[in-house]
Design a protein around this ligand. Structure first.
Ligand code: FES
Length: 196
């Protein structure tokens, strides 16, 4: 009589494979979601994005018209996807300078892109990329403390003084539900001379 060969019990191994498949099956969509969210955080401002405080006590909170008194000072914002509420803060080139000026003082292009006198520009200096500013309310200009470039926010942020090679890219705005909202892409490339 032939001897019976013992068959190894494959059930534990099968269970392990099943467990792995299930965990991978669940993990892949989660990884996909995380990847999609990362892409949204890096993307440049999109039409209908809302704007949120980039820092300070109210970091991440929605900026509304009452946060922007006439004559300044400027605020620094990040755009936020209004549906998924994803803040696009994974690129510092998405920092946006917002300030409300007298609409009658704006030149034609600037007025066309403004909403209720609020103008928006890339907050990254086009020289070597500093992103802090000295506000000069009497002239509605900003000065970069790194190498003293000055930009006129009434006139499409043209360079008045200093080594900056080009104006700050402007961002068209509109007002939706009492909040400044992105109405178009940056006019020009945000960034700076080297590495921007
Ligand atoms: S980085 Fe602004 S002037 Fe140099």
């Amino acid at each position: 009589m032939p001897r019976r060969r013992s068959v190894p019990d494959l059930r534990p191994a099968r269970r392990a494979v099943l467990k792995l498949a299930v965990s991978m099956g669940l993990a892949l969509p989660v990884a996909g979601l995380v990847g999609a969210q990362d892409d949204r955080r890096k993307a440049r401002p999109q039409v209908n994005d809302r704007l949120v405080f980039a820092g300070g006590d109210r970091k991440g909170q929605l900026i509304t018209l009452v946060d922007l008194p006439a004559g300044g000072p400027p605020l620094t914002a990040y755009p936020m996807d209004p549906t998924a509420r994803v803040v696009r803060d994974d690129s510092r080139l998405n920092q946006i300078l917002l300030v409300r000026l007298d609409p009658t003082e704006l030149n034609g292009d600037t007025r066309a892109r403004a909403a209720d006198g609020i103008v928006a520009y890339s907050a990254v200096c086009t020289h070597t990329g500093c992103d802090v500013w000295d506000w000069q309310p009497a002239s509605s200009t900003i000065k970069c403390p790194c190498h003293f470039s000055e930009f006129d926010l009434k006139e499409s942020a043209r360079v008045l003084n200093g080594p900056a090679p080009r104006r700050l890219p402007a961002l068209p705005l509109k007002v939706v539900d009492g909040a400044p909202t992105v109405a178009g892409s940056f006019v020009g490339r945000p960034g700076f001379e080297t590495g921007g």
